[in-house]
Ligand binder design. Structure first.
Ligand SMILES: *[C@@H]1O[C@H](CO)[C@@H](O)[C@H](O)[C@H]1NC(C)=O
Ligand SMILES: *[C@@H]1O[C@H](CO)[C@@H](O)[C@H](O)[C@H]1NC(C)=O
Length: 440
């Protein structure tokens, strides 16, 4: 109750908050608890930073070596789940769980399936199952048991599932604490028409099989982020999923569209992250990795973007990066209006085995887009394309010193799956309709 008594203090300070230049992180008042979490997150990020990215990439690519036929048609084949009566799990993440009919009784198996930089993410594997039964979100300070908000603020690890189909309209950002899995399999769960999901100064979070769309910016205020802490939040941007100063996060099989700000933002020293199997549509600023040129902390950022389908109605930023290291592998880029991958401030981008289908517009054929830097500067940024399939006149403009480029290809003896396989690898991107007792 110690925290509650501080509430009046917070409210007292609120007037100052309005005057003092806005605190970062949507935090209205950075108290000791939040300051502690921030420092702890930084420590985790440093521990998780991988120095030998070559080995890491080689290992990932080894997983992708699978014997399935590819196609280089610009059309995506119909999403038939069982071809010839067989469940086809076409990529190494899905292959680990998707064709097993016992997914509902062995949900935690999923925690062993992640690959890429987020590969050690186990979410709520070591906790009990928490069933969300109530789709409402009315009380930000004392959320009702049975609601998603009540589940994510618990201290212990939890594997959170849903009793039935539901549309959850979040009144304010959903602040997810460490060691949680939000597992939407078995129900159609929409996070829509309200705030989005925020993972801030937390670690070990899996977000899986949800439909996140039409999120809006919300006003902020007092929001409980833990059973023993309430924080004061400022206005939220309206991101679908925002990862801030957090480590070991896996975002998998989401269908995302039309959010107020980004679909996925990963910023402020976040690392050890995999973004996989998502289907994104109808959106302008798709993914932002690193928000500020003056945030060198983001050089710790290491993110894998794999097996996603960037589809209809997308405009730019898939992703738009600063500082960090991004491995973009076996994604299907079927639509963009401005560009696919952008960046500023010397991010390293290794693009392998993706399919890039340029739009008809002759002025938008470039996959890549450098921002706020003349060629004399960006020529030194390491942006590598290996085995990408460039279609409809798509152009990936590489950069970087020859030694750097070599560094990523020479040691990478095990080749990524050719881009011609991408339609297969991404065929089941997005939220899945899983039926109990059947493969998903
Ligand atoms: C695409 O298909 C054509 C015709 O089947 C084939 O000749 C070509 O080699 C293929 N391209 C790639 C990159 O696989
Ligand atoms: C593509 O990028 C290159 C290198 O920055 C630039 O010279 C060219 O004008 C760009 N093409 C288009 C169509 O914007």
């Amino acid at each position: 109750m110690e925290t509650i008594s501080k509430l009046s203090l917070f409210v007292f300070f609120f007037s100052f908050v309005l005057i003092v230049p806005a605190f970062q992180a949507n935090i209205g008042y950075l108290d000791e608890v939040l300051e502690g979490r921030k420092l702890e997150s930084l420590r985790h990020a440093r521990e998780l930073f991988v120095t030998d990215t070559d080995d890491h990439i080689a290992e990932f690519n080894q997983h992708v070596r699978m014997a399935l036929e590819g196609t280089n048609s610009t059309r995506r084949s119909l999403r038939k789940k069982h071809i010839g009566g067989r469940c086809l799990a076409t990529n190494p993440i899905d292959r680990c769980w998707r064709c097993r009919p016992d997914w509902a009784t062995d949900r935690k198996r999923l925690a062993t399936c992640v690959k890429g930089f987020g590969r050690n993410t186990v979410g709520g594997k070591y906790g009990r199952i928490y069933v969300v039964t109530n789709p409402t979100d009315n009380d930000m300070v004392n959320p009702k048991p049975g609601t998603l908000r009540h589940a994510v603020i618990q201290k212990e690890p939890l594997w959170i599932i849903f009793a039935r189909n539901m549309v959850i309209t979040l009144k304010q950002e959903l602040l997810v604490s460490s060691h949680k899995t939000i597992d939407g399999r078995g129900a159609q769960v929409h996070i829509a028409y309200g705030a989005g999901i925020t993972v801030q100064f937390a670690r070990n979070v899996i977000i899986h099989n949800l439909r996140i769309h039409d999120t809006i910016s919300t006003s902020g205020g007092l929001i409980r982020d833990s059973v023993d802490h309430i924080g004061l939040r400022t206005t939220s941007d309206g991101d679908g999923v925002s990862v801030y100063g957090s480590t070991n996060v896996w975002i998998d099989h989401l269908s995302m569209s039309n959010c107020k700000d980004g679909l996925i933002d990963i910023i402020e020293g976040s690392t050890a992250i995999t973004v996989s199997n998502n289907h994104m549509t109808r959106h302008n600023d798709v993914m932002l990795f690193g928000a500020h040129d003056d945030q060198p902390l983001d050089s710790i950022m290491q993110i894998t973007v794999a097996f996603n389908h960037f589809g209809q109605g997308l405009i730019q930023r898939m992703p738009r990066c600063r500082w960090g290291f991004v491995h973009v592998v076996n994604n299907d880029y079927t639509h963009w209006i401005m560009y696919a991958i952008g960046g500023s401030h010397n991010p390293t981008i290794v693009s392998q085995g993706n399919r890039y289908i340029a739009p008809p517009n002759l002025a938008a054929k470039n996959v890549t887009h450098r921002i706020d830097a003349p060629e004399s500067v960006w020529k030194d940024w390491t942006w590598v394309s290996e085995g990408d399939l460039l279609m409809n006149g798509a152009v990936f403009v590489p950069s970087g010193t020859p030694q750097n480029v070599k560094k990523y290809s020479r040691k990478d003896k095990i080749k990524v799956k050719p881009a011609t396989y991408v339609t297969r690898l991404t065929r089941f991107a997005g939220a899945l309709n899983c039926k109990v007792g059947k493969p998903c």
